[in-house]
Design a protein around this ligand. Sequence first.
Ligand SMILES: [Zn+2]
Length: 291
Amino acid sequence: MGDQPIQESLLEAERGPQTGMQLITSMLEKLLQADDHPRVVGIGIGSTGPTDPIQGLIVNPGTLPGWVNVPIVSWLEQRFQVPACLENDADAAALGEYWQGAGKGARRLYAITVGTGIGTACIIDGKVYRGAGGFHPEGGHLIVDPGGPACYCGGRGCWESLASGTAIAESMRRQLGKQPGADLPNAKAIAEAARQGHPLARRVIESAAESFALGVFTVLMTFFPELIVLSGGVMRSYDLFQPAIERALQDASVYLPVERVQIVQAQLGYYAGIYGAAYAIMKRNHDGLSA
Ligand SMILES: [Zn+2]
């Protein structure tokens, strides 16, 4: 499956659950019409959150208008007569890396995706760590600076409002004294300028890297995973973040044997979530549903 049909389905999803579900159903039907299609043992779904993986509901994501308590799992199970399951997309991507990517064999894996926001997931012995009721903890809204910029969640100085790609572009905008919405370089261009020694770009990236490292420090103190898997567009500039992360590891070494922690880049890119959703349904068929 290429990128195109999936991108298309995302656009359609914005038109509400009826249209979105019709599109998902017709995509699956098309796959099943092929003469050589493999035997289907189940359907795994990774979706933007909040999701309720226990009830199989897409709850009410800000990015999917109208998708309020959509019972996607029972719809697909009834239509296709196979088991289905739903995972938060960050959990699905982390499971994919655990199964087929950078996280193979890691007993305690913490995944951090830094793109337009910051997504986090924790995989312990091959299972998604779930919060109460099965809900996914939102690591991107750890507060790293109570006096920091406002976050869309209503808080201030959240990890993602200081260190995501959006935050880097916003920080540059503020430094330049421009109005919100002004046409400005994106995080990738700012990272490139920083690498070439542009002083303002360097300041912006160094500040984002310091904030990012504070979040990593909190992850180390809270979970102390042996593997941290980094992904997302911003982490393609990992070299610019590395010095701050190394200082965070050094700070944590007062309490923890940080030499046991490995920090690596994800390997599966966009496909991590697809592998992870497949792994989730195979695992659920085998072990049953766990809250
Ligand atoms: Zn927030």
